[in-house]
Ligand binder design. Structure first.
Ligand code: WT7
Length: 658
């Protein structure tokens, strides 16, 4: 992971090992009222999950809580239920009927309130529109949208009819969208003409129009008009475009919820792994919903009157689990904000919190560090009294950012839940429960009740207190991914082979003497840029795709705001000239090439041309040494290199070039 800067203030914080105990304000909270929850879950995890499953509405009861051996486990086998029924319909039958399900804020200033009653009608209409396009149970639907209520409606409509969705983040390129739709063999794509982002328009429909040309399974494209600019009604192949307004608004608001099997596929979400090809992480119905519903309720101490805002984009797992499914399953009010935190000004989030009375706010360390840089005055001008619980997710939160969040946003009175989890885990795995678990800045504290984690060495033996090792999960949990779409073999190899019976997270961690977990970032070739997961190999493949590039090595170097920034070391084909003035244009061209292949999030910050890359005798690029160079450190062990002089030369050139 990104090395922490050696800052004396930070060292002091760590040395102090500050502990924040739950405040009296939480004395009456659900968690504080249930101090036995950890012991109860530990004594009988199945009974604990059964207790959580009782919060859902089942169409047929399950036979067993947990069946089988990892990784081939089945949760709540035999049970039948429907996710849209649980997240929407059942809330319409009681006093929540007229409660706001979604409070939406557009970047351009408009707001919308959608009650559970209205959401039910919208979801049913959209489900009927999908059926009319030929989508049935088991058919995959791609969703490529911004943060608009219709994105949640589309997801829920898919679950209503049993069609697994695959949401592709709107910041991904046409090519990334095409690759995902082709892999999942999607029948229909749901998109919008464009999305507002920081005062500009993201041309989603243009990208979609390009993408469908290489994804032959896609038959129809349902297009929401968000921008309304006719120029954006791009060149979809003839007969493919279906207007959302016409198809959805005109459809019947009655559509039965398909009774789904507990283990039916709910969705596929692509994430970057350690090879070039993104992995289609598969989540199934019952276990996922039980897991996200329970973790959302307990981690955030979610109450009936809360206004809950998770700032993630629906394109990431955080958006799936904690913008849409977790809060709605609990009948909560979930806030969706379309745009950037600095549009039109840097106080946008604080204004939204005050205007909507947000009580739970869940964001990423990269956002917190950005707010810190914008200055204390921004949140100071706001009221923020409605806030009760603060959350963090996506990467380790450095103690300084934790303290700033605590003081300037939480005003010293809101517990912070630092939640560690992954696309694959589906749900929050390591987190404090507010009101119950004292927090330490920088630590995600302890596993969620019923979850079991350990830090182990190379041989799988638990390391002692304070020592670093690999974080593994040692007991199955309901929301665990069941496989990689159409690649069971890769699934087993990637997660379940290193330590038999244990799930390998790919993260390094240590456990302190109090049993608190401190996450230390990825130990594999996965990058974390602003909380977004990227693969070194994926970016390297994009670079090598450029006609002038011979070889590329990509690393994440420490970046104060983003956590990590993408740095690329590139060797060129012989005829290429990058001397003097030729270097800058080619550097820009390569950055643009990666943006085109993957999307703006993968754009390298630095591109460094070199004649050789440091390799082992077996030809493996030693990225660790490149990280040392990019972060200005002394070189680590170079004894396994084929030619140690290469890296020495590279370091000198790099330092000269800087
Ligand atoms: C990786 C998973 C889970 C939603 C967002 C990212 C890192 C995530 C934390 C945290 C330290 C964290 C890990 C993990 N990560 N949350 N609270 N503390 N690290 O999902 O894209 O699947 O990435 O994000 O490295 O493995 P993802």
């Amino acid at each position: 992971m990104a090395a922490q800067p050696s800052d004396s203030k930070l060292d002091a914080l760590l040395r102090e090992d500050r502990v924040f105990s739950p405040s009296p304000a939480f004395a009456a909270s659900a968690n504080a009222g249930d101090p036995g929850i950890y012991a109860r879950a530990e004594r009988d995890p199945d009974a604990f999950w059964e207790e959580q499953a009782a919060a859902l509405r089942w169409m047929a009861p399950y036979m067993h809580v947990l069946e089988g051996e990892v990784p081939a486990v089945r949760w709540f086998a035999g049970g039948r239920l429907n996710v849209a029924d649980n997240c929407v319909d059942r809330h319409c039958e009681g006093p929540r009927r007229n409660k706001a399900a979604i409070l939406w804020v557009g970047e351009t200033g408009e707001t919308r309130t959608i009650t559970y009653h209205q959401l039910r009608r919208d979801v049913a209409r959209c489900a009927n529109a999908l059926k009319a396009l030929g989508v049935g149970r088991g058919d995959r639907v791609a969703i490529y949208m911004g943060v608009v209520p219709e994105a949640a409606v589309a997801m829920l409509a898919c679950t209503r009819i049993g069609a697994p969705h695959t949401v592709v983040f709107g910041g991904f390129s046409a090519e990334a969208l095409r690759e995902r739709m082709a892999d999942a063999e999607c029948k229909v794509l749901i998109t919008q003409d464009g999305a507002h982002r920081r005062g500009r328009v993201v041309p989603l429909l243009d990208n979609a129009a390009q993408a469908v040309r290489g994804a032959p399974s896609v038959q129809k494209v349902l297009v929401l008009r968000r921008i309304g600019d006719p120029a954006l009604r791009a060149a979809l192949p003839p007969g493919m475009a279906v207007d959302w307004e016409e198809a959805v608004a005109g459809a019947s608001p009655d559509c039965p919820c398909e009774p789904m099997d507990a283990e039916d596929m709910l969705y596929i979400l692509y994430t970057s792994g350690t090879t070039g090809k993104p992995k289609g992480i598969v989540h199934t119905t019952a276990g996922y919903l039980v897991g996200v519903s329970a973790t959302c309720r307990l981690t955030f101490d979610l109450k009936e009157e809360d206004v809950y805002w998770c700032t993630a984009d629906v394109g990431w797992v955080t958006g799936h689990s904690y913008v849409v499914y977790g809060p709605l399953c609990n009948g909560a009010t979930t806030v969706m904000y379309e745009g950037a935190p600095d549009y039109p000004a840097r106080d946008r989030h604080w204004k939204i919190i005050d205007e909507l009375g947000v009580s739970i706010y869940y964001t990423a360390p990269t956002a917190i560090r950005t707010f810190m840089r914008w200055g204390d005055e921004e949140p100071a001008r706001a009221d923020l009294r409605s806030l009760r619980v603060l959350g963090s997710v996506g990467e380790p939160i450095n103690p300084e950012a934790w303290m700033w969040y605590h003081e300037h946003v939480g005003r010293g009175r809101c517990p912070i839940v630092d939640t560690w989890w992954q696309t694959e885990t589906g749900m929050i795995m390591i987190t404090p429960l507010p009101g119950l678990v004292p927090t330490k800045p920088g630590s995600a504290t302890r596993p969620f009740p019923g979850v079991q984690a350990a830090v182990v060495d190379e041989n799988g033996a638990p390391v002692g207190a304070g020592a670093g090792g690999n974080l593994v999960l040692t007991r199955p949990w309901p929301a665990m991914t069941r496989t990689i779409f159409r690649d069971d073999e890769r699934f087993v190899r990637q997660y379940w082979s290193r330590y038999p019976g244990c799930y390998l997270t790919g993260d390094g961690a240590r456990v302190d003497a109090d049993g608190y977990f401190w996450l230390m970032g990825r130990v594999d070739d996965v990058l974390n840029v602003s909380g977004h997961r990227l693969s070194t190999y994926e970016i390297e493949s994009a670079l090598v795709d450029h006609p002038q590039v011979a070889e590329a090595a990509v690393i994440g170097r420490f970046d104060e705001l983003k956590g990590q920034a993408v740095a690329a070391f590139v060797t060129l084909k012989e005829a290429s000239d990058v001397s003097g003035a030729a270097a800058a244009p080619l550097r820009d061209e390569l950055k643009a090439h990666v943006t085109k292949k993957i999307g703006p999030i993968a754009r390298p910050e630095d591109v460094f041309f070199t004649v050789e890359l440091p390799k082992t005798r077996s030809g493996k690029i030693m990225r660790r040494l490149l990280r040392d160079i990019a972060e200005g450190r002394a070189l680590g062990d170079t004894t396994t290199l084929a030619d140690p002089a290469v890296v020495q030369r590279l370091k000198e050139q790099y330092e000269e070039g800087d």
